[in-house]
Design a binder for this molecule. Structure first.
Ligand SMILES: C[S@@+](CC[C@H](N)C(=O)[O-])C[C@H]1O[C@@H](n2cnc3c(N)ncnc32)[C@H](O)[C@@H]1O
Length: 275
């Protein structure tokens, strides 16, 4: 994917750190999404915004050798990791492809299922983008995972407070908590009723939504990995290595000073059907 896509640049830069939080965050959420989708052997799945495969790889296991997963993302470096992980699992029914989820051609054969974990709120014009993705699954099922209201709130507020100390104008990052008061796409879908209504407004029926509770102990290591391995890393762009190290120290000290011992990573898992 072209390096002029700012999100691709940010997520490619997370590459070495992204999987540091997979065991606590991306992994459990991806598996919960796949469980909720009740995938059947032989089904064809499109996993959009796949990253290193947190939902795509469990999906490939679930659909088995007669099924197939096409996993797409704009960040080739994350896709390279995903391919290595899939190969280590012995999977031969999954392809990872660099593609923009907002510009997919009509598939030769429609997919049975669309999965998207922590991706929809990054898509420009979220509603139209997801409508386009629904065109890939006529008569099929959709499942999305997004942050639940309150997830990462104190954590990111503390981060951006410390960013502001170093940089009077912190750069907002799309889709994730930016420290700014401006409404963000995630705010439209961050509760059970909101995401249920949103999917329904897009024509999805039989929507079932649950909250996956994901409290993660706030160790210094986890806290900084969550910054480096997520879209929050975009706020580090202008800082030198020394400034980053200072920010890391100030940030973990501030978390501890506020008595934050756990990071709320609660996630909404919503699934439904396209008539
Ligand atoms: C927070 S990560 C989630 C990755 C993975 N689904 C997971 O749960 O671990 C968001 C992903 O969305 C991808 N992304 C953002 N915009 C995209 C777009 N327009 N098309 C495809 N992927 C996109 C990013 O590159 C990144 O890998």
């Amino acid at each position: 994917m072209t390096s002029d896509n700012v999100l691709a640049v940010i997520f490619n830069s997370t590459c070495d750190d992204f999987d540091a939080v997979t065991p606590q965050v991306w992994g459990p959420a991806g598996r919960a999404l796949v469980d909720a989708l009740r995938l059947q052997p032989g089904e064809r799945v499109l996993d959009a915004c796949s990253g290193t495969g947190a939902s795509a790889i469990p999906a490939a296991h679930a659909v088995g050798p007669t099924g197939h997963v096409d996993a797409i993302d704009i960040a080739d470096d994350l896709l390279a990791r995903a391919r290595t992980r899939a190969a280590a699992d012995g999977l031969t029914n999954i392809d990872f492809r660099c593609a923009d989820a907002t510009a997919l051609p009509a598939p030769d054969t429609p997919y049975d299922v669309l999965s998207c974990a922590f991706g929809v709120f990054f898509l420009p014009d979220m509603d139209n983008a997801v409508r386009g993705l629904l065109d890939q699954i006529p008569g099929g099922r959709i499942g999305v995972a997004v942050w639940h209201k309150g997830a990462l709130t104190e954590f990111t507020a503390t981060f951006f407070e410390q960013v502001a100390v170093l940089n009077a104008q912190p750069q907002p990052t799309a889709g994730v908590r930016s420290g700014s008061d401006e409404p963000r796409p995630i705010n439209r879908i961050e509760t059970v009723p909101l995401i249920t209504d949103w999917l329904t407004s897009l024509g999805v029926v039989d929507v079932r939504t649950r909250v996956l509770s994901l409290p993660v102990p706030c160790t210094d290591e986890f806290a900084w990995s969550m910054i480096l391995g997520s879209g929050l890393r975009g706020a580090l762009g202008g800082f030198s290595d020394d400034q980053r190290e200072l920010l890391r120290r100030n940030f973990v000290q501030a978390l501890s000073g506020k008595g934050i011992r756990e990071v709320n990573c609660d996630t909404l898992i919503a699934v439904g059907r396209v008539p």
